[in-house]
Ligand binder design. Sequence first.
Ligand SMILES: *Cc1c(COP(=O)(O)O)cnc(C)c1O
Length: 466
Amino acid sequence: MRYISTRGEAPALGFEDVLLTGLATDGGLYVPESLPHFSLEEIRSWRGLPYSELAFKVMHPFVDDAIPADDFRKMLDETYSVFAHKAVAPLVQLDTNEWVMELFRGPTLAFKDFALQLLGRLLDYVLEKRKQHVVIMGATSGDTGSAAIEGCRRCEHVDIFILHPHQRVSEVQRRQMTTVQGDNIHNIAVRGNFDDCQRMVKESFGNQSFLGAKTQLAAVNSINWARIMAQIVYYFHASLALGGPDRSMAFSVPTGNFGDIFAGYLAKKMGLPISQLVIATNRNDILHRFMSGNKYEQHQLEHTLSPSMDIMVSSNFERLLFDLHGRDGLAVKTLLENAAKGPVSIEDYRWKHARKLFDSDAVDDKTTCDTIREIYEQNEYLLDPHTAIGVRAARNCRRDPAVPMITLGTAHPAKFPDAVAESGLTVEPPLPAHMADLFEREERYTVLDNDISGVQEFIAKHWKNA
Ligand SMILES: *Cc1c(COP(=O)(O)O)cnc(C)c1O
C-alpha cells in the first residue's frame, strides 16, 4: 500500500514511513492511494470474531507487507487485551434502536486509546527493525497526552516528552499522565498556557538541532494516518454486533479534528453499509457551519464543557476536501492556503456532495448538560459531555427510526465531573475500579519556565541515550 499527500507535491511513501512522518513535506496529510473494498459476503463472514481478529481483517490491507501477518496479529492481541472489557467496545442501548458504543474502556478512559495503544506498538516494532530511536514531543490540554503516554510506556525505542500548562489541566487529567512510571516517560509542566506549550512543540519540530544526530522527533497527533486506520475498525464492530452488514447503520460522532468521523466515512467507502453519518460539534462549530452554509471560516476559540473538542480549525478535514476535489492536490493546496487568510467556500456541486455524505449539528453547553440529565433520568446512565453532544446530535438529525443509530461514546463520565455537576445531577461518576487509586499514586513531573531553550535543554539531557 502506498500513501500520497493531500497537497499533491510530496513523494508517495510506504506504511513504515507514513507511520514515522507527521505532515507531508508539502504541508499535506497522507492518505492511502486506494482503499481496500470488502464484499458484503466477506464482512458477513467476520460475525462473531473477537475484536482483535476483526481489527486484523480491517487493517491488514493498509499495513500490507510492512509487518508479517503473524507479528501484526500478535500486536493487535496485545493492544486490545489492555481494555477493561472483554468486548473491547461494548454497546449500550439507550432507546429502541438507539445505542452508545463505549470507546472508553482503555487505560485512559477515552477513545484515543484505540489508536494510541496500537501506535506505540507499531512505532516500537518498526524502530526495532530499523535500529532507530525517536523522541515524541507533544503538547496537551488533557486527553491526548495521557493516551500517548500510556501508548508508549513499554516502548524500547521511544522517549516521550509531554508538555502541559502548569496548574491548568484538571487533576484527573494531570494524574493520568504523571502517575505512569517509566524511564522513557517525561512530563513537563510549563509555567504558561496551552498555546505556549504548542508553540514550543511546533518550533522544536521546525528546528531539531537541539537533539543532536542520534535521534529525531516524531509526532503522534491526530493527523497520523495510523490513528485514523485504527478507528475504522470499531464501525465494523458495531455494525456486525447489530445485524450488519445485512442492515444499514447510522452513526453520530462527537468530533473536533474530524478524525473519528473521517474513519467512519472510510468504513463506508470500504463497503460497510452506513446510511447516515452525523458530525456532532460543540460551540467550536467550524464543521457544522461549513456543512450548513458552505463557508469554512476560523472563529475565536471557545472554552466549553467538552474541552477535547475545543478547536478552531479541523485538521483532518483536509482529507475529506481532497476526496471532494477528485483527489486534486493542487486544488486542495490553493483552497487551504486561502483558508489560512480568511473564509473560503467550495464549488456548489462539491458542497452538495458533502451534504449527502454527512449531517451535522452544534450543541452548546446548556444543551449538553440538559442531555446528560435527560439520559440519566431516562436510563440511569451517565454520559460524559462529549458523548452527550453526540447523543443530542443523533436525536436532532436522525432520518430513519428503523436504522440503528449508534453514538460513539468517546470518554468516561468520571473524566469530566464538572459537566455532570453542572447538569444538576447529584450523582458523582466514580472512577472505574482499576483506577480507583489514581489519587494515591505517585506523581512524577518537572516544572519548567515558559522558555523554549530551557525545555529543549531538558529534553536533550533526558532522553535515553543522551
Ligand atoms: C479527541 C476527542 C474527541 C474528538 O476527536 P477528533 O478525532 O479529534 O474529532 C472527542 N471526544 C473526546 C473525549 C476526545 O478525547
